[in-house]
Write a new protein. Sequence first.
Length: 202
Amino acid sequence: MKHIIITYVILLTATLTGYSQNAKKEIETDFNTYLTAIINKEFETAIEYTAEGIFELIPREQLLVAMQSAFNSESMNFRFDNTNIKDINEPELINEKYYATLSYSNDMYIGFVDNSVEDSEDEELQEKKELQQSMMLVSFYKNFGEENVTYLEDKDQYKISVQKRVIAESPNGITNWKFIVVEKNMKPILEMFLPSEIIEKL
């Protein structure tokens, strides 16, 4: 009898370990799809990988328009590099839905287009450009931390090293993962539609 119990425990442990690894792999795959869609400006695909709860606060179409406006601006361009997904935690069942947290990092490059200032020798326009640069640096320092922001003068770009926490949710704990990237001061919004147990892990 003791031998049967030990065998059962070993088999159960192996099953749970296999489930955990499969779930984490699916989370990584789905999150990569989500990030790639944003990088490639495929916003309708990105919306499909966005956690449903956010649409209780922001209608789907409104969020889509906001993403298109932000990333398709004629005065600003974005580039992403060195994406690294890490620390995917074990999914857990809360209120009939599975949740997990993860973190990721990448380098974001932001450039601004201002033809009225570019290559100009006009002193007033150059002062305007320097003021804009100073204001952007202050804004980026505030949002991302001074140690994570670099101004690349030769390319007239800002390099921002981003580290974010993410909440993943799934109806079955294995497939169909959807995500919310947690931004600064976003916790009160998340509390409107996410379980407190998962928010405490952030």
